[in-house]
Design a protein around this ligand. Structure first.
Ligand SMILES: C[S@@+](CC[C@H](N)C(=O)[O-])C[C@H]1O[C@@H](n2cnc3c(N)ncnc32)[C@H](O)[C@@H]1O
Length: 833
């Protein structure tokens, strides 16, 4: 039964019940599948059935043998397609046109006896053909969800993936408009190495080129899934959750129930609502093995199904209630990648204004800040005993259709100062301006002075006491608030003018978001070869797209304040110093993963104790200058996170340090962002020093110590020439050889596996020194010897007399390209040419 979210329920009948159908077909009884009782079928949406039966297997094996015994060496090997007696799913019921619309659809279980990664080429070819035949059959009878057995031999993953790739590249999956899904069944996690099954999946899907039809079906464990594993899977294209009856407990009435942690897990998947998938957008919960315990629990087999249906309905209700806008919740969360708005250079449409105007929380927050600021202005005037007849000038800069003007108007009325304020509404969008005129007439008694102009060029003699604007993008500064407000700061403000917001801070973190990568890759296919990488060079807004922050922190990168503390009066200061930022910031990542991009968030200090933030909850921030803003503002829905995508995903190991360079560039006419990512692991090399040969290194015993060696792992280095904010004080040069907290454990076998892989990825590390030496030599030949710093490795022993020393090495394991250089793919226009 479909519920409001895209989550459905399915069952896998026992093999006995599946065989009943087989026998009926064999006896040519053209009846629909007689699986299990009708009550069960009526309360589920899907039935999982094997596509072919044992008879087909026998036929195939006979054909294989016949081929092996053939006389003509050039004979083509072709496995015949299954006949009616070979199939387990009725081609006449369930999915066909003449079926009852209330009867459940089918999910096909592909043969698990095939051996896709068999060493023998012929066996492999047979397996491939069987799978392809089953997929073709499924498609012809209207089944679009297929589940595949996991690899038998994980050492042969490449071959397994190659075979899947061949199937996926067939027309049935490739043709435009096809909605066929192939999912690999895997356990959600294994105790010994919780990310091992994710590794498997990641390997397979990478080898298959992130094919949009390739998904995963996950078997829920009996025990609690660690939260980082669950969070990881929530971002992946999970097409079904497999629930064995063995993971159920019984309640006091002997009914089957799930443990609390698995109830929560279902709830989380329901909230994601199938949004992590590019193609299908639906998730099926498949119950199996119910026949095993049916005699021991109350309610028999159908009790499992009733319970899951109950849980899903209850979760739906809770999810909806948790949002104020519950009616739209699921619809609002349809996953979309959207280009960030450019309200300064492009006029917003009426429909966009109307969506934003329903964000009650935003206007409540602004209302609070406006009230506090006005009280402050009134208090100042009282203490100064200044002339009460001078009006309080309040400017709403970028008034849109007027909701912030209404806030000012209402607050002024409630404070009983409406007669003492002069409200100015400044807006450049002609459409929005018409609304302002209408509202002025209908609601504000024509008391608001309306100005149709661009605030960055606005000229007037007015000096403003309070300037209110909302020019904030998901990263804070990406809608050009700093540039737009500069003219007002310089020409229309007094020393004590209050700005709302007072400041806004941008924060970033490395994320995994397979859907972002898949969507951009798919979209890129519509562009010519020159344009193919364009989509990966632009920031995007991730609306309803599941992502996981891989680092343990979100790092603040820069803050803009109003009024800007820097004044152009200083001769050396340029407009670039005011608006440009360049930051390198480091993150610690505990669990391995694939980085698909950099998520961007903002938090804003409106005024007094009023803040707004879209930084996700439950992750700490390195606070630079704003206190009290580290909680995501509940039900603030105008902003979704921004993502700077990576052209190529960056695979990182456990305990990796990720270094992100992000810059904001303003050249006087336009603003753009550039970004790149690097990854490092820390190694401790144990070296024996042969003192007789002048300290030469002798032994290469090594071990991995993938821990950051200084005390402040998540640091931010501001590479700006100006000292506009506090980031500039961080010292970036101490990363390479910082020897604090050295773990002197010399056991070289501690983590040999990780060490090997780190060396592998780096590839050239043992010859590092020689390589740099040869560069020097080359220049010596020319008589010009440059001074070359050997990057990231210090092979000098610390104390010469020691026989054995630990040398800490920061080894680079990955690097992305620098994206959007010179804003050649994406920029926001500030001044028209
Ligand atoms: C995000 S909307 C906010 C609108 C309204 N204040 C609200 O909160 O609903 C930003 C508004 O600022 C206007 N805007 C942006 N840049 C501007 C500029 N340079 N001069 C005047 N208006 C501008 C846009 O047209 C848009 O109406």
């Amino acid at each position: 039964m479909q519920i409001q979210s895209n989550v459905y329920v399915g069952i896998k009948p026992s093999s006995l019940e599946q065989n009943i159908f087989y026998r009926e077909v064999e006896n040519n009884e053209n009846s629909n599948v007689n699986v299990t009782n009708t009550a069960l079928l009526e309360s589920c949406d899907y039935v999982l059935l094997a596509v072919t039966n044992d008879r087909y297997r026998e036929q195939v094996l006979q054909q294989l043998q016949a081929y092996i015994d053939r006389s003509d060496p050039f004979e083509r090997f072709l496995i015949s397609e299954p006949q009616l007696q070979d199939i387990m799913i009725s081609p006449f019921g369930g999915n066909s046109n003449d079926s009852n619309e209330n009867s459940p659809s089918h999910i096909g279980l592909l043969s698990s006896w095939v051996d896709l990664e068999n060493e023998d080429i012929l066996q492999r070819e047979m397996s491939y053909q069987v799978l392809l035949n089953e997929c073709k059959l499924a498609q012809s009878i209207g089944i679009n969800k297929l589940i595949l057995a996991p690899p038998h031999d994980i050492n042969n993953l490449k071959i397994y993936s190659q075979m899947i790739s061949r199937v996926l590249n067939h027309d049935i999956f490739e043709k435009n408009g096809t909605n066929m899904i192939l999912s690999v069944s895997l356990p959600m996690y294994e105790d010994s190495d919780p990310l091992a099954t994710w590794d498997l999946w990641n390997n397979i899907r990478k080898l298959c080129g992130y094919h949009p039809s390739l998904m995963v079906s996950l078997a829920l464990p009996r025990v609690k899934t660690p939260h980082y594993i669950l969070d990881r899977w929530l971002t992946e294209p999970v097409s079904s959750l497999l629930l064995s009856s063995s993971i159920f407990a019984t309640n006091q009435y002997n009914y089957p129930v799930l443990h609390k942690f698995n109830q929560n897990l279902l709830m989380k998947f329901q909230e994601i609502n199938g949004n992590s998938q590019l193609k299908s957008n639906s998730l099926v919960i498949i119950l199996h093995g119910m026949e095993k315990y049916k005699d021991f629990i109350k309610g028999g087999e159908s009790a499992y199904l009733e319970y899951i249906n109950f849980l899903l309905k209850r979760n739906d209700k809770l999810t909806l209630q948790n949002s104020k806008h519950y009616l739209n919740k699921f619809q609002l969360n349809q996953p979309q990648l959207m280009s960030p708005l450019k309200p300064h250079s492009e006029n917003l449409t009426n429909s966009i204004y109307s969506i934003f105007e329903t964000d009650l929380v935003k206007y409540e927050k602004y209302g609070e800040a406006i009230k506090q600021a006005m009280l402050e202005i009134i208090k100042r005037r009282q203490t100064r005993n200044s002339n009460n007849s001078t009006p309080i000038n309040i400017l709403v800069a970028g008034a849109g259709r007027g909701p912030l003007v209404s806030q000012v108007y209402n607050v002024s009325q409630s404070l009983n100062v409406i007669s003492r304020v002069q409200i100015i509404a400044l807006e450049k969008n002609p459409q929005a301006f018409l609304y302002l005129q209408k509202r002025n007439f209908e609601h504000w008694n024509n008391n608001v002075q309306l100005i149709h102009d661009d605030m960055s060029r606005w000229k007037s003699n007015d000096k403003i006491d309070l300037c209110i604007s909302e020019l904030l993008g998901s990263l804070g500064c990406n809608e050009l608030s700093p540039e737009c407000l500069w003219n007002i700061e310089q020409n229309h403000s007094k020393p004590d003018t209050i700005f709302i917001p007072q400041s806004y801070t941008s924060s970033i973190a490395p994320i995994t978001a397979p859907l972002v990568y898949q969507k951009l890759t798919q979209e890129s296919k519509n562009f010519g070869s020159n344009e193919q990488q364009r989509l990966f060079q632009e920031p995007w807004i991730m609306h309803g797209i599941p992502f996981q922050i891989l680092s343990n922190r979100v790092n603040e990168i820069w803050t803009f304040e109003h009024p800007n503390k820097i004044h152009l009066s200083s001769k050396t200061m340029t407009i670039h110093d005011l608006f440009n930022r360049n930051v390198t910031t480091e993150f610690k990542v505990k669990h391995r993963g694939e980085i698909h991009g950099i998520a961007g968030f903002f938090s804003a200090h409106l005024y007094g104790d009023t803040y707004m933030s879209i930084v996700p909850d439950g992750i700490s921030m390195n606070k630079i200058d704003i206190e009290g803003n580290d909680e995501r503002t509940k039900n603030l829905f105008s902003w979704s996170p921004l993502v700077f995508p990576l052209k190529e995903p960056l695979l990182i190991n456990d305990d990796t340090e990720v270094s992100i360079m992000c810059s904001r560039q303003m050249d006087g006419k336009k603003v753009w962002y550039e970004w790149s990512v690097e990854s490092y692991v820390y190694l401790v090399l144990s070296k024996q020093i042969d003192t007789r040969s002048g300290g030469k290194l002798k032994d290469d015993t090594t071990m991995l110590q993938n821990t950051r060696l200084d005390n402040d792992p998540d640091s931010t280095h501001n590479n700006n020439s100006n000292s506009n904010n506090k980031h500039g004080t961080t010292n970036s040069s101490d990363n390479k050889h910082n020897n604090n907290n050295i773990n002197n454990n010399n056991n070289s076998t501690t983590q040999p596996y990780e060490f090997e892989s780190a060396i592998d990825e780096n590839g050239f590390m043992p010859t590092y020194e020689d390589g740099w030496q040869s560069v020097q030599n080359m220049y010596e030949e020319l008589g010009q010897v440059p001074k070359i710093d050997e990057p990231g490795i210090n092979l000098q022993p610390e104390e010469e007399e020691e026989e054995e020393v630990d040398i800490n090495v920061r080894v680079k394991t990955g690097v992305s390209q620098l994206h959007n250089v010179n804003g050649q793919y994406f920029s926001v226009e500030f001044l028209k040419e």
